[in-house]
Structures are given as C-alpha cells and as structure tokens.
Design a protein around this ligand. Structure first.
Ligand SMILES: Cc1ncc(COP(=O)(O)O)c(C=O)c1O
Length: 399
C-alpha cells in the first residue's frame, strides 16, 4: 500500500511495524482503539462472543496484563479466579467500587480513621447522592454487629488495616464473619500491605482496592489504583461502572506500575526489616515518647497484625517530646529522609499528620485517635538502615 501513497498520506498512515519479534518486556500499548480484522470480528467482539480489545477505556493489553497480575497476587491462596481492574488513581478505585455497589438509600459502615480522601468522598460526594455513612470503631465487633442489625440499609462495610498513621488494625477474618452473617459485602483498602503482606480475599473480604501509587509501584512515578474481587458477577458490575465513569488507568501509568511490581517482594522485605530496626531504635530514644509500629510487641494491635500480615511493613509513626514545633523541627532537620506527602516509595519519606494528611480532622478527634501534634509519620525506605538511623539520631539530638 505504501508505494502508492502521497507523502502527506504516508506521514499519517505509512511505515511498516516491526512486530516479527516478541518483546521481552511488557509492550506499552499507547493506542486508544484496536483494529478489527473484519466486520464479523467487530460483531463478535462487541457482542461478547469473542475476546478482544476494541477501545482502551474498555480494556487495553498493557493495562489488563497488570490488572490480572495484581488480581492473581490478591487471589494467590484461592482456588478460583480473581478479577482485577486498574483505575486512574486510588481514589478512582474507591469511587468506582462505591458506584458499582451502592445506590441512593444505602449506607456504608466504616471507621473514623480512614485515609482522608476516602472520608471526604463519603461525607461530601456520596452523601449528596443519597448514600449515608456510619462511622464507628470497627475494632469493636459487638458494636459493628449492633449497628448492622439496626441499619438494614448498610450495603457495604469498608475498612483499612493497618490504618494511617497509628497503624491500628482490624481483625479481617472476624469482621468478615460478622458482615457475612447479615449479607453485607466487605471491602478493604490494602494499600499499606499489598498482597505480598496481606491477602484479605482469603480471609473472606469481597473486594480489595489499592492505591497502586504507593507500594505496588514503589517508585513514586505513577498514579493509579486497582479493584479486585473473586466474584464474577461483581466484577462485571465493576467493569461496566469503570467503562462508563471513564476512570480507567492510562497505559503508561500501568506500564510504570508493571516495572515497579517486579521488585515488590524484595522491596517489601527491606521496607519491613528497616522499619523494624528504626521502630526499635526510636522506642529507646529519650526524645521519643511513643512509637506506633505493628512489629513492636507492645503495639496495641501487634497480635492482630501478626495473625493476618506476613511481615509488618514499612509504615510507622512516632511522637517526640514537646509538640508540634518539635515535630516540625525534627522533620526540618532530617537531611537524608525526604519531607513528602506520599508513602511506599523506595526512599524514606516523612510528614507531619496534624498539619497535612489530618489537617481537616478536629483536634479533639485527632487526639482521641492518638494522632498527636508531636507525631511524625515515616514511610521507611529501602536504603541502608544505618544511614537512616544516623539521620534520625542527628535530627532528634538537636531537640
Ligand atoms: C491508604 C490510601 N488509600 C487511598 C489513597 C488514594 O490514592 P491515590 O492518591 O492514588 O488516589 C491513598 C493516598 O494517599 C492512601 O494513602
């Protein structure tokens, strides 16, 4: 065909693709649509009789490969299939999950110490659409059961464990047993753990969501989310919702996520061992009044974490003597750790919850939940732990 084309047409459609070899690495399909061999194939694919890609908002080879990989990891202990979808962010995973499971008149039962964006979504957006939210302490299973019994309109129990920034844990198996007694579907945000540390589907959870922006990508260069379920019917509803709300992941972010996930296991091993060492170091420091790390035997939820996580992960928080001024001074004096409002990257990140992630939470509620003004949150990286401890040592030494 090329020979007969005018130069300007050749610019548009000319040139042979060299696809005679198989790429070793996952190819990046930056194509919004996919070519149909003939009209029959188009009919077969659109009517669902044949599998195939048609339009990247509906599905894309790069995106689907990564979604299936996360679904496989989350379903690692299950016999049957698991179904995964990549979304444009962690928030879009949560929004899509809510849109596909809830309708006006329904209610969500959840905890007060969710990721702030999730709380805002429920309070500001879902409420306008007629979906109520009931906040309670999900560690209190009798209270959970009482609330579900009293509110027949609860159609989703949504939770996080460990929760930011105190690392409070919820017993996944136990809460699922309570919810399933009343046919209430459950969903967990598994961002902090990833399926390498915690696989909630095997503990009876119906849906898992992720901000893959964090540990699954691990390199701080992609924003995306994921939704996984082992229920086929539920997966079809999620796919339909995602297709129509248009918050599908883009192929480049999926591709970056794919690269990051190759090193997930060794990264999380190192995040966990570094965090354990730093938590132990901080808990002995005379300028530190409290350390929240699930791997410390005196953490209030150490036993629950031990039961459901294979290691304790890379997230911790600690409170310094004094208050906000001392916490901010510690952060400013750190020379090697980075002050940034994210987590799960390969390098160590710190932030001050009271003036950032939890700024909009009332002071009294913060204090009640153990989020003190003197608290510093640390997403422990994979650097040499001696360098990290030296940095904390010099920063705390100046208090
Ligand atoms: C636990 C958790 N869930 C969800 C989100 C939202 O993810 P994203 O920023 O990818 O939308 C975040 C973001 O910080 C988070 O920490």
């Amino acid at each position: 065909m090329d020979k007969h084309l005018k130069l300007n047409s050749y610019c548009v459609k000319g040139g042979k693709r060299n696809e005679s070899t198989k790429a070793h690495q996952l190819p990046l399909y930056l194509s919004s649509s996919f070519v149909m061999e003939d009209s029959q194939e188009a009919v077969d694919i659109f009517t669902g009789q044949k599998k195939g890609h048609v339009y990247s908002r509906y599905g894309n080879p790069t995106i689907d490969t990564v979604a299936n990989k996360i679904a496989y990891l989350e379903g690692y202990d299950l016999k049957g299939e698991t179904y995964g979808f990549l979304t444009s962010s962690g928030m879009s995973a949560i929004t899509t999950l809510m849109m596909s499971t809830l309708q006006s008149g329904d209610a969500v039962l959840t905890q007060g110490n969710l990721y702030g964006g999730s709380t805002e979504l429920l309070k500001k957006i879902l409420s306008r659409m007629g979906v109520d939210t009931i906040f309670t302490n999900l560690q209190d299973l009798d209270a959970v059961e009482g609330i579900i019994k009293e509110n027949g309109n609860i159609r989703l129990l949504y939770f996080e464990t460990p929760a930011n920034p105190t690392m409070a844990c919820i017993d996944i198996e136990a809460i699922n047993i309570v919810a399933s007694r009343y046919d209430v579907p459950t969903a967990i945000d598994n961002t902090f753990c990833t399926p390498y540390l915690q696989r909630p589907l095997s503990m009876g959870t119906d849906y898992v969501i992720h901000s893959t922006t964090k540990y699954l990508n691990g390199h701080g260069n992609s924003i995306a989310g994921a939704i996984i379920t082992a229920n086929y019917e539920a997966s079809r509803k999620i796919w339909e919702t995602l297709k129509l709300n248009g918050s599908t992941c883009n192929p480049f972010d999926a591709w970056l996520l794919s690269n990051g996930m190759k090193t997930l296991a060794i990264r999380i091993d190192k995040h966990s061992s570094n965090a354990q060492s730093i938590a132990e170091y901080l808990s002995q420091h005379d300028k530190v009044t409290h350390v929240n790390y699930n791997g410390l035997p005196d953490h209030q939820d150490h036993e629950i974490a031990k039961k459901q996580m294979s290691q304790f992960g890379g997230m911790l928080s600690f409170t310094v003597v004094g208050g906000q001024a001392e916490a901010l001074a510690t952060i400013d004096r750190l020379q090697y750790c980075t002050h940034a409002p994210t987590l799960g990257d390969v390098d160590t990140l710190v932030l001050h919850p009271a003036t950032s992630s939890h700024l909009n939470v009332d002071h009294s509620i913060r204090e009640k939940n153990g989020i003190t003004d003197g608290m510093v949150r640390v997403s422990v990286g994979i650097e040499d732990v001696d360098d990290l401890i030296a940095d904390f040592e010099q920063a705390l030494g100046q208090l």
